[in-house]
Ligand binder design. Structure first.
Ligand SMILES: Nc1ncnc2c1ncn2[C@@H]1O[C@H](COP(=O)(O)OP(=O)(O)OP(=O)(O)O)[C@@H](O)[C@H]1O
Ligand SMILES: [Mg+2]
Length: 112
């Protein structure tokens, strides 16, 4: 199992959720976050100018998935979240050791 964590532009949430639902993802956690990437939160960097970092509002999405779904989850998120402009975000994948569905006691892939 893996945790797929994606940082996306906030207005892309509905499209990303629809894309994930379309490939059979049943659950999703969303958190409001702030961050910056290579442009340090600015749309332009002037040569030689020293710029303070600006944090921009983003959404963090976390999805726990069976290992064999990871590629399609990445494709779904990237396809739905991409505008082609800077700041579209990033996707990180981490190993997931254990999952428990609290109501039923199911574990691991059965719990997702
Ligand atoms: N190396 C990183 N580690 C953790 N979070 C990151 C990293 N890079 C980007 N992020 C997060 O992703 C958000 C979007 O990053 P962004 O898409 O601007 O990356 P970028 O590398 O600057 O790419 P682009 O040139 O397309 O803008 C950031 O605001 C930050 O929250
Ligand atoms: Mg950027």
């Amino acid at each position: 199992m893996k945790i797929v964590m994606a940082i996306i532009k906030p207005f892309k949430l509905e499209e990303v959720r629809d894309a994930l639902t379309g490939i059979g993802v049943h659950g999703l956690t969303v958190t409001e976050v702030k961050g910056y990437g290579r442009q340090k939160g600015h749309t332009e960097i002037y040569r030689g100018a020293e710029y303070a970092v600006s944090f921009l509002p983003k959404l963090k999405i976390e999805v726990a998935v069976a290992g064999d779904l990871v590629t399609s989850v990445i494709d779904a998120i990237a396809g739905a979240a991409r505008t082609g402009q800077i700041g579209d975000g990033k996707i990180f994948v981490m190993p997931l050791e254990k999952a428990v569905r609290i109501r039923t006691g199911e574990t691991d892939v059965d719990a997702l």
